[in-house]
Design a protein around this ligand. Structure first.
Ligand code: NAD
Length: 505
C-alpha cells in the first residue's frame, strides 16, 4: 500500500469514531451527530445534506447515470495521469475517514442490520486497506527482437451491483479499485440500502471533483430495480459487470451475455481439531461469528469439532459472551428465525411431509440479545448463541447470517473435513481451522479449496482485519478472481517495439 495515511492518523481516527459510536448508541438524534475534522494534507469533504449540490452522481434515470459515467470515464482516461489518480484516491480515503460516523450511522439505521460499531470498522477497513494504483503492474520483456511490455489498461465503464449487507463499504472498495485502474462505474445498489449508498456515491464524487477529477465518474440510479440492472448490463457503453451478492445475482450477471465478475454467497465452516488451542478457538470464533451479527459472507457459519475436545471448547465459549441454547430454546429460536415450507415428498419408502427451511429476513443481522428477548429469555452480555445440532440441521445447511452458530460433533478429523466440505456447498468462498497440526491444515485446505482459508484466527483476518494483506468487499469465488483489487478491473494490453533497422532479418 502506498497510502500516506500514517498508522497514527488511523489510530486517532479509530479512537474518535469509537468515541462517537458510544455517543450514538446512547441514542443521539441523527441531526446532532458531531462532525469530524481530520488534519490531512489533501482536501477533506464534510458532507452537506443529500441533494443540495447538483446530483453528485445520483440520477433519476438509469440511462442518464450510464451516460454521465461513460462521458466522465472518457475524460478521466484522457486528462488524468497516474499521479492524478493517486491524489484522487488519497482524497477519497481521507474524505471517507472524516465522515465515518455519519456513514456508519446511515448504513445502520437504513438497513437495520448488524452492529453500529462494526459498521464503522468496516468503513475504515474499506477506506484504508483497499489497494490503489500500486496494485497495477507493467511487465517488460526485452531481447534480440526488441521490447515488449504488457500493461494493465482500463475496461472503461463498469456496471456494479452491491449488497445490503455491506452497502457503502462495497461501494467505497469498488470505487477505489475501479478508478485506480482507470475505470468509471455505474452502480445498481440494493434497494434496501439506496439512501446510504447514494450518500456514499455523493461523498465519493465530491472527493473526486475536489481532487481535480471529472464529475460523475461514479454514478447510480436513485431507485434501483432488477430492471435497471438489466439496462446497465445490456448497455453497449458498459464493458464489464461486477456483482456482489447472492446466487440469483451471480446467475443473472453470468447469463447477461456481458463479461462478468461474480462475488457470491458463502457458508464458511470452521474445523476445531484435537490439537487446537481451544481458548484461542473460542475467542476467535466468537469475534468472527458475532462481528456485525454474522452478516458478512466470510463469517464463520458452522463449527465441526472433534468429540474428544467438544466439551472443553464449549466450556471456553461459555466463559465469553455466548449462550448455549437448550433444546427448548433452540426450537423457539428456530420458529422465530426460520420459515418452513412444507411439501409432500418421498420419505424412505413412503410419501411424507418434508420441510424446506429459509431464513426469516426480519431476523437477519439482529442482536443475539434481541433474539433471546423475543423468546422471552432476556439476556444481557450475549453476542453469540450456540447450539449443538446434527449435520442436516438448517442452521448448518443455510447461510443464516445471524449470531446463531451451530456446533456439530464429529468422531474423526476425516469426518470433520468431509462434513465441512459438504456444508460449504461448493461455494469455494471461505473456511477456517483451529489446529496445531500442519498436516491437518493442509488436508483441509486442499479438500475445501476456498478463496480464503484461515488458520487459527477469525475469518476476518482473511480480508485484512487483524490479518496481513489488503482488503476487499468483493470476493469473487464463482468466477475465480478471488480477492478483487485494482488489477482485477483491468485488461491486459501488449505493446511491442521492434529492434532498429540494423537488425538482420
Ligand atoms: P442479494 O443477492 O439479495 O442482493 C445483492 C444485489 O443483487 C442487490 O443489489 C440486489 O438488488 C441484486 N439482485 C438480487 N437478485 C438479482 C437478480 N436476480 N438479478 C439482478 N440483480 C439481483 O444479496 P444481499 O442480501 O444484498 O447480500 C447478502 C448475500 O451476498 C449473501 O449471500 C452473501 O454471502 C453475499 N455476499 C457476498 C460477498 C462476496 O464478496 N462474495 C460480499 C457480500 C455479500
Amino acid at each position: 500500500m502506498s497510502s500516506t495515511i500514517s498508522e497514527k492518523d488511523i489510530e486517532k481516527i479509530v479512537e474518535m469514531v469509537l468515541k462517537n459510536v458510544e455517543q450514538f448508541t446512547q441514542k443521539a438524534p441523527v441531526e446532532s451527530l458531531p462532525v469530524q475534522q481530520v488534519q490531512t494534507g489533501v482536501p477533506i469533504l464534510m458532507m452537506t445534506p443529500l441533494g443540495t449540490i447538483g446530483n453528485d452522481g445520483v440520477f433519476d434515470r438509469v440511462e442518464d447515470a450510464i451516460d454521465a459515467a461513460y462521458g466522465a470515464q472518457k475524460e478521466y482516461a484522457k486528462a488524468c495521469t497516474l499521479e492524478d489518480r493517486n491524489r484522487i484516491i488519497e482524497t477519497i480515503r481521507k474524505t471517507i475517514l472524516a465522515n465515518i460516523d455519519d456513514l456508519a450511522m446511515r448504513i445502520f439505521t437504513e438497513t437495520g442490520l448488524g452492529r453500529l460499531e462494526d459498521k464503522a470498522a468496516k468503513v475504515i477497513l474499506a477506506a484504508t486497506k483497499t489497494p490503489g494504483t500500486e496494485d497495477i503492474k507493467t511487465s517488460a520483456l526485452s531481447g534480440d527482437y526488441g521490447l515488449t511490455i504488457e500493461e494493465m489498461g482500463a475496461f472503461g465503464l463498469i456496471g456494479a451491483v452491491t449488497p445490503v449487507t455491506n452497502p457503502a463499504e462495497t461501494i467505497i472498495g469498488n470505487v477505489i479499485s475501479m478508478i485506480a485502474a482507470g475505470n468509471g462505474v455505474v452502480f445498481n445498489v440494493h434497494p434496501s440500502a439506496k439512501n446510504c449508498s447514494a450518500y456514499a456515491v455523493q461523498l465519493l464524487n465530491r472527493a473526486i471533483v475536489s481532487a481535480g477529477g471529472p464529475e460523475n465518474l461514479v454514478t447510480m440510479v436513485k431507485e434501483p430495480t432488477l430492471e435497471t440492472v438489466k439496462v446497465i448490463s445490456s448497455s453497449p457503453k458498459v464493458n464489464l459487470m461486477v456483482g456482489t451478492g447472492g446466487p440469483a445475482l451471480v446467475k443473472a450477471l453470468l447469463s447477461s451475455g456481458k463479461k462478468a465478475i461474480g462475488a457470491g454467497a458463502g457458508n464458511p465452516p470452521v474445523i476445531v481439531d484435537g490439537t487446537a488451542d481451544l481458548a484461542l478457538a473460542a475467542r476467535s470464533i466468537l469475534e468472527g461469528a458475532s462481528f456485525d451479527n454474522n452478516i458478512l459472507c466470510i463469517a464463520e457459519k458452522e463449527i465441526f469439532v472433534l468429540d474428544s475436545v467438544a466439551d472443553e471448547l464449549i466450556y471456553e465459549f461459555l466463559k465469553l459472551e455466548t449462550h448455549m441454547l437448550t433444546k427448548d430454546e433452540l426450537e423457539h429460536v428456530m420458529a422465530l428465525t426460520l420459515v418452513a415450507d412444507e411439501k409432500i415428498g418421498a420419505k424412505s419408502c413412503s410419501m411424507g411431509v418434508q420441510k424446506e427451511y429459509h431464513v426469516a429476513k426480519a431476523w437477519v443481522g439482529q442482536d443475539a440479545s434481541k433474539i433471546m428477548a423475543a423468546i422471552q429469555k432476556p439476556m444481557d452480555q450475549v453476542k453469540l448463541l450456540l447450539c449443538e445440532v446434527s449435520m442436516d440441521h438448517p442452521y448448518v445447511q443455510l447461510e443464516q447470517m445471524m449470531p446463531v452458530l451451530p456446533i456439530v460433533r464429529v468422531k474423526t478429523f476425516e469426518e470433520a473435513v468431509e462434513k465441512a466440505v459438504e456444508a460449504e456447498h461448493g461455494n469455494r468462498h471461505t473456511a477456517s481451522i483451529f489446529s496445531r497440526n500442519v498436516d491437518n491444515m493442509t488436508t483441509f485446505a486442499k479438500a475445501i479449496n476456498t478463496t480464503i482459508f484461515v488458520k487459527n484466527a477469525a475469518t476476518l483476518a482473511g480480508v485484512g482485519f487483524k490479518g496481513e494483506g489488503c482488503t476487499t468487499f468483493t470476493i469473487a469465488g464463482p468466477t475465480g478472481e478471488g480477492i478483487t483489487s485494482a488489477r482485477t478491473f483491468t485488461r491486459v494490453r501488449r505493446c511491442v517495439l521492434a529492434e532498429g533497422g540494423f537488425r538482420i532479418i
